[in-house]
Design a protein around this ligand. Structure first.
Ligand code: UDX
Length: 443
């Protein structure tokens, strides 16, 4: 089987590589020549655990190819996945120009039956626009080439994308033709072990499923952040409340960790998008509007705690930051809460020294020289007036209290991810402030 995947971003690369791993002949296409020539040399543009080795292995085996030539990639391809970017346009809505440009290119060049699958996260109705774009170009050529469209949203988590692809909870496919269903079912067969379902449905339902899934997860997080803030007021510990409610199988124990708000390339964008879509039908999604507001406020909680602790005297103080990316195991800084927290403290006149195991190059694009960057976690603690834990990388989990004490001027830890034991911190001589955890004195 031969397929083409357009867009060598995060989704396209992971998808292409995982399909190639099952023996499918995959051609990954991108208009960025530098990216393609790098990929041919084994240089991968994103950090995703395991991806580089897997790409190399499949390139060596001759079943994963990279090209800038879309037309060439269509040769004998049974399926083409569109996985190009959909950046927010000026009004915040997804810019579909790249998706539709690919669709037109397919229409201009296709001479055999093919299934055109949208994989990028796109507004409801996009598959129909793709269909129209392909059809328009075929008709302009005065020929008759049969083709089908489908929508196949991805549910990959950054940092765990390969595992998510290889062992999906489910695969969602929106289609309106038996031919498309048949070929997509065959393609995904290797990933359907252990009763993981492939769910075929109509196209708008598949398109909406992606937004509904991410919005539901974002809702769980904002709900817990709201409860966490209440915990502080009433003297409760959200860790206990989380375990208490999470053991109810109807609620479940995943995605109910409070923190400093959700970030990344998906949740913030998708929650906004579904709200916007609903507004166009004059149906305001009130719950999701609240989810968004809570999240915006939550990103400011740690800076507020710092200011409160120092009674608003943070000017001239130096704070150390552990973790910058929006979550561990990625270098992605998009919508990372760290950006807002650090900016607020800088504006208040504080100095920031930061360390992240992977995301420092990305962070430099955001902060330039506005902050200092350390070589390791302890480097940034020298003369520190407080440590802010912003991303729960494993290497921050068991800190060396003696070294910390020696280096830090003010012994206080603001834990944005609740990874530390409050009592252990206190016993080691640190003031500790987590999220939703009233300190001993407050009880
Ligand atoms: C998400 C979805 O999980 C994935 O299915 C979809 O395809 C893309 O969006 P991702 O953005 O990579 O994936 O990250 P995820 O692990 O879901 O975390 C998103 C954000 O929520 C992070 O900022 C994380 O710190 C935060 N989060 C997550 C919490 O604050 N609490 C939780 O309990 C879980």
């Amino acid at each position: 089987m031969k397929i083409s995947i357009v867009g060598t971003g995060y989704v396209g690369l992971v998808t292409g590589t995982c399909f190639a791993d099952t023996g499918v002949n995959v051609t990954c296409v991108d208009i960025d020549e530098k990216k393609i020539s790098n990929l041919k040399k084994g240089i991968v543009p994103i950090y995703e655990p395991g991806l580089e080795t897997m790409i190399k292995n499949n390139v060596d085996k001759g079943r994963l190819h990279f090209t800038t030539n879309l037309k060439e990639s269509l040769d004998q391809a049974e399926v083409i996945f569109i996985a190009v970017g959909t950046p927010p346009g000026e009004d915040g809505s997804a810019d579909l120009s790249h998706v539709l440009a690919v669709a037109r290119e397919v229409g201009k060049n296709i001479n055999h039956s093919i299934v055109v699958v949208t994989k990028s996260t796109v507004p409801i109705g996009t598959a129909e626009k793709v269909r129209a774009a392909v059809k328009g170009e075929i008709e302009a050529r005065g020929v008759d080439v049969p083709f089908n469209v489908a929508s196949n949203p991805e549910f990959l988590k950054e940092g765990n994308a390969i595992d998510d692809f290889l062992k999906p909870d489910r695969i969602v496919v929106g289609t309106d033709s038996e031919e498309a269903e048949k070929v997509i079912r065959r393609l995904y067969k290797p990933f359907l072990l252990n009763n993981h379902p492939i769910l075929f449905m109509d196209i708008p339902s598949a398109e909406l499923t992606k937004y509904a899934a991410n919005s539901m997860l974002a809702t769980k997080i904002s709900f817990m952040n709201d409860i966490a803030n209440l915990c502080e007021l009433v003297g409760a510990d959200v860790n206990m409340v989380r375990k208490g409610i999470g053991s109810d199988s109807r609620i479940g124990n995943k995605f109910i960790y409070p923190g400093i708000g959700y970030g990344g390339s998906c949740f913030p964008k998708d929650v906004k998008a579904i709200i916007r879509t609903a507004n166009t039908y004059n149906y305001p999604l009130r719950l999701l509007q609240a989810v968004e507001h809570i999240n915006e406020d939550q990103k400011r909680i740690i800076a507020a705690k710092v200011k409160n602790y120092f009674q608003n005297e943070v000017k001239g103080k130096t704070f150390s930051v552990w973790g910058l990316s929006f979550k561990p195991h990625t270098d992605d800084m998009r919508e990372a809460p760290a950006i807002i927290i650090i900016r607020e403290l800088l504006e208040a006149g504080a100095k920031i020294k930061a360390y992240d195991p992977i995301a420092m190059d990305e962070a430099k694009k955001e902060f330039n020289n506005d902050i200092e960057y350390g070589q390791d976690p302890y480097d940034v603690l020298i003369d520190s007036d407080g440590l802010l834990l912003l991303t729960e990388w494993p290497e921050f989990r068991i800190p060396n209290y003696n070294v910390m004490k020696k280096l830090m001027t003010t012994k206080v830890v603001f834990d944005g991810r609740n990874i530390y034991d409050m009592h252990e911190m206190n016993e080691n001589g640190f003031d500790y402030m987590g999220i939703g955890r009233a300190s001993k004195e407050d009880r």
